[in-house]
Design a protein around this ligand. Structure first.
Ligand code: HEM
Ligand code: HEM
Length: 143
């Protein structure tokens, strides 16, 4: 596996653990703000999307029989996905303390860019593979 795949899967596992702890916290304390959106996005952008990114980088080029269009863009995506998500969590904390939404907006854009980078890389990588040629029929050997 490439290191971008391994790091996406490692990050997904860590966000999953944190999201579940926040979920357990809300089970006891109720759906409080900003825990609620952080729980939701650590689960959906952290756990689920990052797992899909990591597995997608491994599997889709192989299914296509083509190398990944840009390794470099995949690393940029790894960083922007993490910076964006952690920044969004910080943005919700800042928003809940009444300071404003600018942190949330800035990091939401970073996160959205990371999704765009994944989409571009995958669109350039996947292709419709030609159907495999049929096997020639067995011809009996004349003696
Ligand atoms: C041990 C695991 C989990 C626990 C204890 C937990 C707990 C909670 C709690 C207490 C709430 C607030 C519900 C309410 O409105 O009263 C909530 C909301 C939510 N959780 Fe979890 N959760 C868990 C796992 C997950 C997972 C794995 C996902 C997604 C992959 C998820 C997605 C959501 C979403 C989307 C909401 C918001 C629903 C809404 O908008 O009303 N949760 N969770
Ligand atoms: C760039 C990506 C994303 C951004 C910037 C974003 C941003 C937001 C924001 C600002 C909210 C309102 C939270 C609040 O203040 O209460 C929200 C809510 C929500 N988002 Fe996202 N989101 C993104 C991706 C996603 C994805 C991929 C999913 C699902 C797969 C998702 C599911 C939800 C859900 C279920 C809620 C309602 C949560 C609640 O009830 O508190 N979001 N999102």
């Amino acid at each position: 596996m490439s290191s971008v795949t391994v790091w996406f899967i490692r990050c997904a596992m860590i966000y999953f653990l944190i999201a579940i702890l926040l979920g357990l916290h809300m089970t006891v304390a109720g759906p409080v703000y900003p825990v609620m959106p952080i729980h939701v996005h650590f689960n959906l952008l952290g756990w689920m999307s990052m797992m899909v990114f990591g597995v997608g980088y491994h599997i889709l080029p192989r299914f296509s029989g083509k190398p990944l269009w840009s390794e470099r863009l995949s690393y940029v995506q790894l960083w922007t996905a993490n910076i964006g998500l952690i920044g969004m969590a910080a943005g919700w904390v800042v928003k809940s303390s009444g300071v404003g939404t600018s942190v949330l907006v800035i990091f939401s854009v970073v996160e959205a860019l990371s999704v765009l980078f994944f989409v571009i890389n995958m669109m350039k990588t996947i292709k419709i593979a030609p159907a495999p040629a049929p096997k020639p029929a067995a011809v009996p050997i004349k003696k």
